[in-house]
Design a protein around this ligand. Sequence first.
Ligand code: GLU
Length: 453
Amino acid sequence: MVARGGPIGGAQPSRRVTADRTLSRVSELDASPTEPVLEWDTPLFRMARAQYEQALPYAGVSEMVAERLSFPERAVIVSVPLRRDDGSIEIFPGYRVQHSTVLGPTKGGIRYDPEVSLGECAALATWMTWKCALLRLPYGGAKGGIRCDPHALSRREVEGLTRRFTSELIRDFGPQTDIPAPDMATNEQTMAWMMDTYSMQSGYAVPEVVTGKPISIGGSVFRREATGAGVVMVAEQAARRIGYELAGRSCVVQGFGNVGGVAATELHDRGALVVAVSDVSGGVHSEGGLDVPALHAYVAEHDSLAGYDRCERITNEQLLELPCDVLVLAAREDQLTSANADRVHASLVVEGANGPTTIEADEILGERGIPVVPDILTNAGGVTVSYFEWVQDLGRLFWDRDEIRRKLSDKMGDALDRVYSVSVDKGITLRQAAMVAAIREVAAALEARGIYP
Ligand code: GLU
């Protein structure tokens, strides 16, 4: 489909996407040569693309729309020099991919991780477009980051890297163009450094250029907890649709960072039994339910779960295969694959991370009748409260915690209802239904705007 030296796509404006065409395109992707045909064309981007291709026949959009939305609009690569604490200079690759500006400025996190690449950012930016559209936020998707090992850097080094990365992309970021937020290994402090660097160049404070900032500089209450809290709001509704309440049910949470850690607390607060959690150091397990507040206290003191010996230690692989009611995937992409999906023993899988279930695993879980509530719905609480933060910053008028929690719950509930109704209507999976609902939002706007010029 994609030829070197020629156009990267093409479509008849009025033709609708049909199932036949789409299936052939998915298999084309599978069969494509190992040599990448476009710079972002990596396995993760193909996974995002294949999910899109699987939903297209049900979305009823024109070929023009289908083709245009299958590519990120812009991708920027920068090299970021850093003076290390020992005086040497090291240069790190940095990326920002903006997938779609059809609905408004682009929005999405910045991650610091050894796996960061153009393809990873392109996949994650694409998912951000669907996530924002599904929640009816006036944004398109973006994602960026620096390929580095953040744990090998001092605080001063992380600050230097953040400020220089922001400077390299100063013309790309902006409250009306592209608004970063935290993602893996970045946090409120990272956003404060980005906001300060941008504001110094502007000559005045511009809080609305990033979200997920400290409250003291225009951050929103409840933003830090929003992703994890949203995950559990969705899990609660999805469990009800299967026919049970979370109280007394066994839950496994992969990941104990900003998403998994908060999700574990929210589950615990609802009376669920959190029987296992994990982080990069491995997992902890207790059939009777873990003491979640004690785990948080331990991590606050020791930085990770390493060395926690008040219960059984398990590996990350074992954790994913534990019998439980709800399995929350809140670590990173590519966790349930064709290698382990047939050993998942949960009645419900909820995706707190982006892209944790591969296309093959989706199929296996589907055949086994295990519903997967997809990332673009489940973890959308973060970007939704980011949107509230941006609106509050632009209006210089701030809301309280109860109001934000209520607004979040309304928006998540509304999106979930739409996903379930498309799923039932069309007889498709929750992921396909979420994608269909999202694609339709962007498609309607793109049809109205048309292709410029
Ligand atoms: N990084 C988060 C995500 O993947 C939040 C993005 C945002 O708040 O803009 O959804």
